[in-house]
Design a protein around this ligand. Sequence first.
Ligand SMILES: *Cc1c(COP(=O)(O)O)cnc(C)c1O
Length: 462
Amino acid sequence: MNGKTHPKKIYLPEDRLPRAWYNIVADMPNKPLPPLHPATKKPLGPEDLAPLFPMELIKQEVTDERYVEIPEPVREIYRIWRPSPLIRAYELEKALDTPAKIYYKYEGVSPSGSHKPNTAVAQAFYNAQEGVKRITTETGAGQWGSALSYATQLFDIELQVFMVKVSYRQKPYRKTMMNIWKGKVVPSPSELTETGRKILAEDPDNPGSLGIAISEAIEMAVKDPHTKYSLGSVLNHVLLHQTVIGLEAKEQMEMADAEPDVVIGCFGGGSNFAGISFPFLKDKLEGKKPDLRVIAVEPDSCPKLTRGQFRYDFGDTIGLTPLIPMFTLGHTFMPPAIHAGGLRYHGAGAIVSQLLKDGFIEASAVPQTESFEAGLLFARTEGIIPAPESMHAVAQTLREARRAKEEGKSRTILFNLSGHGLIDLGAYEQYLQGQIHDYKVTDEDIARNIEVLDQMGFPVPE
Ligand SMILES: *Cc1c(COP(=O)(O)O)cnc(C)c1O
């Protein structure tokens, strides 16, 4: 093992940047179930989504073509940070004294520091093509708002971001990033919408929530024919765009003469997990790699995949979206205030949920303190300070690498480092001060929220 024959960083030349995204639906034995209209419980048609999304994205939402071409202007922008590096974590392996080989794909090299621009740029492009002048969105911690701000200004689209008021106050630098990229940001609830005005009239100090921010963004989009709405995770087309990560990684692993036994991604709504894993999962679905393990890692304080139910539920917390077939804790479930804001989501995308139900992927849950310990070890060995979300993928990697050591077996682990944590240093500061703790979610908590779905008569697919 020396650095000369085994490179640490594996770079794919720019001319091998993928030309098409991979649509896993084409290879799934059971297709994801259709979204339903919440009132009629009938499957939705494309026309139901037309007020919110451009037609091309609606087509991608329902397509079963195996590959979808990446438009040349999108590839041109991807080239600013893509292909992203694949890195062998030699220093981490040494610290763990493990026989496992650990590789990670690093998405923190993008302009906003995470994988999110991979879909933000594509979405902005299709909106621009269809003449959209303005996009609205919500953001919690600010990662999505900053990625979409970067992308929309490239295509001369105006962006209105509704940022949950507490985060707006806690994360001033995320707002600065959005403003640098010409995104307009208001704390939500705001005076810009009827929803916001009504809430503020009743409660001027309302701290806001993702649910309120979503309603504000949707209201503004629906009321103006030149305005559309955009989402950074969960939906099929978002997962599709993120597969550029795994397609590159697959080529890079081949260049390194390695094949993963385990692929790991942290899990909020499923986009970076799908991005790294779907191109590898293709081999498992085709029967070529039956033993490949693919693991989605969630915080144990928001355990939708490990302790939730597979059934129809709202995608948002107040019930504006269609019903989506997903693993869910119930849309009324309030996740504790962990630092991995991007993982505080009650549900999961339809494709990933179906794959979990069918046993093609596994899920695992990690306590917050364990994620920080893992993040710190990673920062002290590999140097990169992981985003709080990405720490969860690191933590699961450590579990697998330590098990490999116990069993005295080598195995090759690939994980997605979905972003860096340089704008989340407040969280690290609290950890270093000993102020990070774990939260317990009881079975009763979960049952109570699931009961709401029973009362609403939301179907449970067989
Ligand atoms: C948003 C975010 C996530 C979670 O979202 P997914 O759609 O599940 O990928 C994970 N990591 C980072 C760095 C994020 O910004």
